[in-house]
Design a protein around this ligand. Structure first.
Ligand SMILES: [Zn+2]
Ligand SMILES: [Zn+2]
Ligand SMILES: [Zn+2]
Length: 149
């Protein structure tokens, strides 16, 4: 039994080829959207339908083998890094997402100044900025201020 099969059985999900393929795709390509998952799964299972992949993502997310993240203005992304409280940094320019370890390590990792009597169990933290690739591109595209005379 592979570790992916064990993961499915651990949450009482039947082991199927589409489920294994989706898990393998997300393990190798974290933070991809549904269309990318479909393309990756079709490399090994060419006949798999969109609906089948949607259903698998739903089942895996509901059983918490997969974490679904959706930064504002972006399509939903999926990853298999679950069970920790890590956050994400998102590039405003190209949408690339990277993991950011939580300094605290468990939810909620921020304390509300006043939670109005609510029992808070989670805080959504998203870091926004410019990734190294986009930052380098914007520097090289800047017009040179020297040698124009
Ligand atoms: Zn970028
Ligand atoms: Zn992540
Ligand atoms: Zn945190």
């Amino acid at each position: 039994m592979t570790d992916l099969e064990a993961a499915l059985r651990g949450v009482s999900l039947r082991v199927t080829r589409p489920r294994l393929a989706v898990l393998a795709a997300l393990r190798d390509h974290p933070h991809v959207d549904t269309d990318t998952v479909i393309a990756l799964v079709r490399v090994s299972l060419p006949a798999v339908s969109h609906q089948a992949v949607y259903d698998v993502l739903k089942a895996l997310t509901e059983s918490r083998l997969v974490r679904r993240i959706q930064p504002a203005g972006a399509t939903a992304r999926y990853e298999t890094r679950v069970g920790d409280n890590h956050h994400h940094v998102v590039c405003r320019s190209c949408g690339t997402i990277a993991d950011v370890d939580c300094a605290v390590g468990h939810a909620p990792c921020l304390t509300a100044s006043d939670s109005s009597g609510f029992v808070v169990d989670e805080v959504e933290v998203v870091f926004w900025g410019i990734c190294p690739v986009c930052a380098a591109r914007s520097i090289t595209q800047q017009p040179s201020s020297e040698g124009n005379e």
